[in-house]
Design a protein around this ligand. Sequence first.
Ligand code: SF4
Length: 279
Amino acid sequence: MREINVQLITEKVRALSMDANTDLGEDVLQAFDRAMEKEQSPLGIEILKELKENARIAREEKVAICQDTGFAVIFLEVGQDVHLVGGDLKEAVFEGVRQGYRDGYLRKSICHPFTRVNTGDNTPAIVHIDIVPGDKVKITVAPKGGGSENMSRVVMLTPSDGVEGIKRFVVQRIKESGSNPCPPTIVGIGIGGTLEEAALLAKKSLLRPLGSRNPDPELDRLEAEILDEVNRLGIGPQGLGGRTTSLAVHILMMPCHIASLPLAVNIQCHVQRHKEAVI
Ligand code: SF4
């Protein structure tokens, strides 16, 4: 049994919170480049260039990529041979978020749902914990912007809706979202499981590197078909017209109940932030 002090988790979450908010991944920058090659709208190309320039400035000057520094969503994969010592795990994560958002001068965006009074330190964070084989802890910090999260949906389709029903719902969702999720977006889709599991699958699908293929050939095809339809909508970068409405569609799927077909669409804006560390 390997002992890990939760203090170390606080330190990692602090650093990852700042890193995720200021350093956009290479996969996203490369996706901007690919989109520029295909984009036909001059304004769309200009916006994609601006997004790249914005990411460069954020990385070099260590400032937030976007003013919306998001809800801190943390995925923890905890090895079953790890003994966590030194305090409460979730509190250690919250403390890392607190310190990261304070020291990185990141906007605090979390408030009471009724009074709208800000909690003041960007906590609580959303913490998803999976127990996995091994003696390591993997931490992924994925700040989620409010604009794109607001456009996300979970729906319980009927089995007879099938694949065509899934495609219809997703494309309609992107159409209705228009410029609100700050396109170009990444469309995370969770299919199957239960209501809450579909939502989690959709969110986890966003962690896959942009430009990578779905290992399931059927889902890989479906991703390409949906992306093609979405990019025919003409919404374009920042909603000002063009082909680049979404950079990618990612799908995760699992079996579901014979009576249902859960579907979740988690839309991610172009600020596709997530950083990870393994202890
Ligand atoms: S949706 Fe994304 S790009 Fe738009 S304001 Fe929020 S974090 Fe920024």
